[in-house]
Design a protein. Sequence first.
Length: 419
Amino acid sequence: MVLADQTDSIPAAAEERAHEHYAAKRTDTVIQTTRVKSVQIELADALDRYETWAAPTVIIADGPYGLGLFPGDPPTPADLAEWYAPHIAAWARYSLPETTLWFWGNEIGWATVHPVLSLHGWQYRALHIWDKGIGHIAGNVNSKTIRRFPVVTEVCAQYVREALLPTGDGQKLPIRDWLRAEWVRTGMPFSKTNEACGVKNAATRKYFTQDHLWYFPPPEMMERLAAYANAHGRATGWHYFSLDGQSPVTAEQWEHMRAKWHHTHGITNVWSEPPIRGQERLKDGDAKCLHANQKPLRLFERIINASSDPGDVVWEPFGGLCSAAVAALRTGRLCYSSEINPAYYPLARDRVLQEASTLFAPQEPMQMATFAESNNTVGGNSAKTTTRMKSIASRRNRERKTTLSVAQSDIWDSLDQEQ
Ligand SMILES: C[S@@+](CC[C@H](N)C(=O)[O-])C[C@H]1O[C@@H](n2cnc3c(N)ncnc32)[C@H](O)[C@@H]1O
């Protein structure tokens, strides 16, 4: 099983330029790591860390906007595509078929980066508008100088991956085509798919149709189709509906074959949410905002809940004040965050520690480890936690390559045992 990618069509020179461009901006930051409960945040360049993180179910990418908002944010959107290219390539490399990417930005920044996302096999699903409301500009608009309507929105684009599955005749096909090709290989008419599923005509109408009414077969139906095909199809050296040729796909494997989605009625792609105020907004002693781009936890919790389950892994490559890590703690997910700026990292670390102590104390002792990897000052619990998280990451990434996914609860259990 592989994931759809079109990177062959990216001109090599453009890729090289992107890497050079990015390499020139890299800092020599000493990596520091803080782990608390199921969350790990690092003072690091995300590009250096992806390969060490467990494969994600959710990626929340809230990076540069091309507005010069924080150190490292390019002053215009023109450079954003090149800036993001190596990150996007890495997200594609380490993702699962169940992964959803939530890409934040402003309209022009997202539009500029979209072709790169697309080239790396990220399939566009929807654009969400964060409407901050009129309060966002109250008292801030000079009608004498402004030459457009005031902007009170940001956007969050949702992307998913498409799994390419192997057929018995050596092809790799998207799920919909794979279903048809595998059934054709059995030599049986499509009408038999209804018998396989125990329905009158729903299987042909839904799972094998070639029009827009196509449905992803639910896991139990997929198992029935595979069992029927293997029992009644003509003899073959490669099992029907199999990921490895040896055995038919199981309901559990099938469940992880597309991006997760938990629907909530009443929520649309317009998110009316005021900018953060009150206690949630982190401020310094002079009441100045600590980070210009802090995002509302409510929105991060919404996208995490919609696209993952408790125990799943969230990536937050561009941490800022690590709002995704906080949202992950609140929703029972694992999270890997990185923040490159040494001024922001301690603020994020304190915030995450504070959140964990509110959520888990005093009943449960808190697991916390802070160390600098560069000089190996890893000791006691920290060393144990590091080894454990690293082995979880490499196991999950290994499984990503060989099978399809992992039992997410295993990871959660492993972490619990460690505490
Ligand atoms: C838009 S802000 C994120 C705000 C965050 N969502 C929050 O709610 O606090 C983007 C952050 O990404 C950080 N950043 C930029 N490039 C990075 C990189 N290569 N690795 C890690 N962090 C990076 C910036 O320093 C900045 O703090």
